[in-house]
Design a protein around this ligand. Structure first.
Ligand SMILES: Nc1ncnc2c1ncn2[C@@H]1O[C@H](COP(=O)(O)OP(=O)(O)OP(=O)(O)O)[C@@H](O)[C@H]1O
Length: 313
């Protein structure tokens, strides 16, 4: 339903060119949760923002049900904004903390002129609060953000997006600021939105174990490139790229599925600067070969649901 093609986003800061996205292809189908994982600075947020037309790419296109989102105008653009929502990492920054929960959630409805009257607005807002697990909903509707926990406020932020009946959401590190004990509850909301409402979700995280819990497919990013992607089972059970293997072996908490313990790949301390032409990972790669210094490997399929950019395969 939404597809990014050959996306390039370059930032220039103090004469240094940062390739935040360096030719990224990504797709999210109907009713699926796609995970985007990688370390800080790998380009995940830039990808989410570009897909939602919050960041113009230097080149490439984003197709939404076949339409180029950068060319949408007027009514169609407004409809795109309604149907495609973003959830941020920090709910305290995402909502206006002076407003009551009711008004935070109702705001988007009013912008889009959705309810015909106050009664209808109230029904939609309260139903949505219940839908994200904030019950009794009348009580929550009257609260101010500073009376809520981080987990409850993130649910409010989800409600604010959900109230517009979107078909796609980018969730950018939606649980990384929350206590471990409440993360699963919030992630379950996204699974329910997929299963019950058929919403497609792009879930951005630096924590690959989160994706084992929610994602149908995973894209692994490294320095502005997708270096591996495939079904969640393929990527987690048989990670191919040495970087992905490193991410999985670094999962700190013992993974009950036993996946983490299968890999204990050592990451080489970076010993040489990147030469600008080889694989971006070779300075850290314990398996680097001469060819890895010469050119960048392209993504290629090892099976119908698993792709990797690495000369080992
Ligand atoms: N507006 C900007 N101006 C300059 N550089 C930027 C800008 N936005 C992002 N960058 C740079 O682009 C690169 C990718 O950033 P991005 O935030 O997309 O990565 P990320 O994987 O989401 O990281 P994080 O998890 O830390 O948010 C980084 O090197 C970042 O410093």
């Amino acid at each position: 339903m939404i597809e990014g093609k050959s996306l390039r986003v370059y930032f220039k800061s103090r004469d240094v060119l940062v390739k935040a996205l360096d030719g990224v292809n990504v797709s999210v189908k109907d009713k699926e949760i796609v995970g985007i994982v990688g370390e800080s600075g790998s380009g995940k947020t830039t990808l989410g923002r570009t897909i939602l037309n919050l960041q113009r790419p230097d080149s490439g296109e984003v197709l939404w049900n076949g339409k180029n989102v950068f060319k949408l105008k007027g009514k169609e653009e407004k409809e795109f904004r309604r149907q495609n929502q973003i959830i941020y990492q920090n709910p305290y920054e995402a909502v206006d903390i002076r407003l009551k929960v009711y008004d935070i959630v109702a705001e988007g409805l009013r912008v889009h002129n959705i309810p015909k009257n106050r009664e209808e607005e109230r029904k939609i807002v309260l139903d949505t609060l219940r839908d994200v697990g904030l019950t009794p909903e009348e009580e929550y509707a009257k609260s101010l953000p500073n009376q809520l926990s981080g987990g409850q406020l993130q649910r409010v932020a989800i409600a604010r997006a959900l109230v517009l009946n979107p078909s796609f959401m980018v969730a950018d590190e939606p649980v990384s600021m929350l206590d471990m004990s409440i993360r699963a509850g919030v992630l379950d909301i996204f699974k329910r939105l997929r299963d019950e409402r058929g919403i497609s979700i792009m879930m951005i995280t630096h924590d690959i174990s989160t994706l084992g819990y929610v994602a149908d497919r995973i894209y692994v990013m490294y320095q502005g490139k997708v270096i591996e992607h495939g079904s969640t089972d393929a990527v987690l059970d048989k990670p191919l790229h040495p970087y992905t293997q490193g991410l999985i072996s670094a999962v700190p908490i013992p993974d009950p599925s036993g996946r983490a313990s299968l890999f204990s790949v050592k990451v080489k301390e970076e010993t040489e600067p990147y030469n600008g032409k080889g694989c971006k990972y070779y300075p850290k790669c314990p398996f680097a070969m001469a060819s890895c210094r010469e050119k960048e490997p392209e993504l290629s399929g090892v099976s119908s649901d698993h792709y990797v950019a690495c000369f080992l395969y």
